[in-house]
Ligand binder design. Structure first.
Ligand code: UDP
Length: 239
């Protein structure tokens, strides 16, 4: 069972698409305004908050249409997109008076500090909202994997994965009338029932390191604090 009182250090994963809202532009200002407000609510309740942003609103090397191009280069473009997103979101938070730290696994001198677990831990302890950009720093990975990796390394209590659905269902609710909502599932059950939580690399990293995951709907950003404090909100994936 999900126990909110055991949660102090949180790793939030937001895909790039969340930042574009329904308009499909790189940044939807209205969405980012309410997202940053939601982040501030969490911050004000004294959670330590690390954020991994995807890059899909700008560029996704993994699913790029022209397969004749070098995947390693395409993935670098995707990783750079996550740095841009992190700089932008942090800048909005800073303009709202919130202390932030932005780290990158890739060296982009003068733009962002290099990630080290020591610097990241101390920034979290100081109550800064921390952005971990650049993904894992390696091609052929996803930001979901980066989120789990940072969570494990920094001993977060949970990975919160924001999506545009309420959580996991036994089947696709759009196609199957009997589909029911799953409020919690063990890693094993997810594998047995083929519930798609994250890509398999991210999922197995979480499973191997007993890092719980909560999947919730961010279409209404105020659900972020709900997902943290309310056991009933979202789907809880646990060891
Ligand atoms: N990427 C990568 N290594 C990583 C993380 C991301 O190469 O560790 C690249 C990859 O090209 C990916 C893109 O960055 O397609 C954007 O990341 P992702 O697709 O995870 O973003 P999201 O879908 O969450 O917006």
């Amino acid at each position: 069972v999900y126990k909110s009182e055991n949660i102090h250090r949180v790793l939030l994963k937001l895909s790039g698409e969340v930042l574009s809202g329904k308009k499909g532009i790189i940044y939807d200002e209205t969405v980012i305004d309410s997202l940053t407000d939601a982040i501030i609510t969490v911050h004000n309740q004294n959670y330590e908050l690390g954020i991994v942003l995807g890059g899909g609103n700008i560029f996704r090397g993994g699913s790029w249409k022209n397969k004749n191009l070098n995947r390693v280069v395409l993935d670098s473009i995707g990783m750079l997109a996550t740095i841009q997103n992190s700089l932008y979101m942090a800048e909005i938070l800073i303009s709202k008076g919130i202390d932030c730290a932005i780290f990158s696994t890739l060296a982009v001198d003068k733009v962002v500090d290099r990630y080290t677990p020591q610097l990241a831990s101390s920034a979290l302890e100081q109550g800064k909202v921390c952005f971990f950009s650049g993904g894992t720093g390696n091609p052929y990975f996803t930001t979901d994997t980066a989120a789990v990796l940072r969570a494990v390394e920094l001993q977060a209590d949970i990975v919160l994965k924001a999506t545009n659905v309420d959580g996991l269902y036994s089947a696709d609710p759009k196609k199957d009338k009997n589909a029911h909502f799953i409020s919690s599932a063990s890693f094993e059950e997810c594998l047995q029932k083929r519930l798609g939580v994250m890509d398999l690399t991210a999922f197995s990293l979480a499973m191997d390191n007993t890092m719980p995951i909560k999947i919730f709907n961010i279409s209404q950003p105020q659900m972020l604090i709900e997902a943290l404090t309310n056991a009933e909100t979202g789907t809880y994936i646990h060891p």
